[in-house]
Design a protein around this ligand. Structure first.
Ligand code: DOR
Length: 425
């Protein structure tokens, strides 16, 4: 099967490419990139006035399967990804059973082959049962196909387990992703600890909850080597630690979510649980620092932390509702509109944050670029198209988004996975 994407503006940082050019796809791979490609037997997509990117990757998703299929499953989560312009997702281990063994990793991979519409890459747990006491069998889980390790939802609670994880990682090579949260400091906090949380009568989660674990991990990394990725950075002080560690030459990368880039703690004044997540929304100063971190290259990746919960769960009052919001169907449009269209980052940086860098960090060698021979995973965005975010129309089972009703300009319109159109708007 052949497909030609014609007349699009192709942005592919790996080839230093930003030009109007055609792409020929054959048997799921990029076959040729050139001007005026012709092939009578190929299906044609006219991408006139559209932007063509290497398939966008969300390296932080909760698919909830196995165990919490009432919130989301692999079929609905991957359909949500496709509708959001995302061709690959990495899914976290806090399922039931927890992905702390090769059986669960294999189950997710097999199920995704049958029911998934985009590529699914499981992340294994670092510690058994995410309890932070005993390291998982990293080798077996890696052999089964996990692309990284994380106790996300929780930090790696024990320093010695983290040290051992780095030691094994040096053999296995796959990334360790930290949900940086010192649980005792977070306590039963539900919002950013600040004068506002006191005023609102909500228990606080201090910055130090995040920074203390990042500082610990950096020092372990410095001692033993390895590579570390910090998930969903929320505080300006965390950025300073990461920036210094990078300057020191450590192998550290970091991600930020669209909600931490676009929202601040003021939204919590509504007491809507759609503003409740971990880490919490922080101050405007933090938000501005995170945007600046994106511009300056301290942040490597934007990831959704797609955390589906049911409407019943999210209708509970703020103190009792679960942490987390969904993001697969809003991330690309929001980032494109609020960061690219508004001139904060350019198209190349957008592709780096959402495709090149996540592919590199997860070791996905055939992704993150449109070079000949790579997988034909492609995201096409219409920069002129406007859309009002409507969670009722989502493919996801969940509706817990704070962005309902936001208008965005710049919408993913075609999603292609292995040469197959899996979503068209
Ligand atoms: O808000 C969050 N929800 N943060 C996390 O780290 C986990 C996630 C979840 O699994 O619901």
């Amino acid at each position: 099967m052949r497909l030609i994407i014609k007349n699009g503006r192709v942005i592919d940082p790996a080839q230093s490419m930003d030009e109007k050019i055609d792409i020929l796809i054959e048997d799921g791979k990029i076959k040729k990139i050139d001007k005026d490609l012709k092939d009578d037997n190929a299906e044609i997509i006219d991408a006139q006035k559209l932007f063509v990117f290497p398939g966008l990757i969300d390296m932080h998703t909760h698919l909830r399967e196995p165990g919490y299929e009432y919130k989301e499953d692999i079929a609905t989560g991957t359909r949500a990804a496709a509708a959001g312009g995302i061709t690959s997702i990495a899914c976290m281990a806090n399922t039931d059973p927890i992905n702390d063994n090769e059986g669960v990793t294999s189950y997710i991979i097999e199920k995704a082959k049958k029911a998934g519409v985009v590529n699914v890459f499981p992340i294994g747990a670092v510690s058994k049962q995410l309890k932070g006491k005993e390291l998982v069998e990293m080798g077996y889980i890696s052999d089964a196909g996990a692309v990284g390790f994380s106790d996300d939802g929780y930090p790696v609670r024990s320093s010695i387990v983290m040290r051992r994880a780095f030691e094994y990682q040096k053999i296995i090579g796959k990334i360790i992703i930290e949900h940086a949260e010192e649980l005792e400091l977070s306590g039963d906090g539900v919002a950013n600890e600040s004068p506002l949380s006191y005023k609102l009568g909500l228990r606080g989660i201090p910055d130090a909850s995040e920074t203390s674990i990042i500082a610990r991990d950096i020092e372990i990394l410095r001692q033993v080597g390895g590579k570390l990725h910090i998930a969903h950075v929320s505080s300006k002080w965390s950025l300073e630690l990461i920036e210094k560690a990078k300057r020191d030459g450590l192998n550290i990368t970091a991600e930020v979510t669209p909600h931490h880039l676009l929202l601040n703690e003021e939204f919590v004044s509504t007491y809507s649980p759609n503003y409740k997540m971990k880490p919490p929304l922080r101050t405007e100063e933090d938000r501005v620092a995170l945007v600046d971190g994106i511009k300056r290259g301290i942040i490597d990746v934007i990831a959704s932390d797609h955390a589906p919960h049911t409407e019943d769960e999210k209708e509970l009052e703020f103190n009792f509702a679960p942490f987390g919001i969904i993001g697969l169907e809003t991330m690309v449009g929001l980032v494109f509109d609020k960061l690219v269209m508004s001139g904060i980052i350019n198209l190349k940086r957008f592709a780096e944050l959402l495709s090149v860098n996540p592919a590199k960090i997860l070791g996905l060698k055939s992704k993150g670029s449109l070079e000949v021979g790579k997988d034909a995973d492609i995201t096409i965005i219409d920069p002129e198209k406007k859309m009002i975010i409507d969670s009722e129309k989502f493919q996801s089972k969940a509706k817990n988004t704070p962005f309902k009703g936001w208008e965005i300009k710049g919408v993913p319109v075609i999603t292609i996975v292995s040469g197959k159109v899996v979503f068209k708007r």
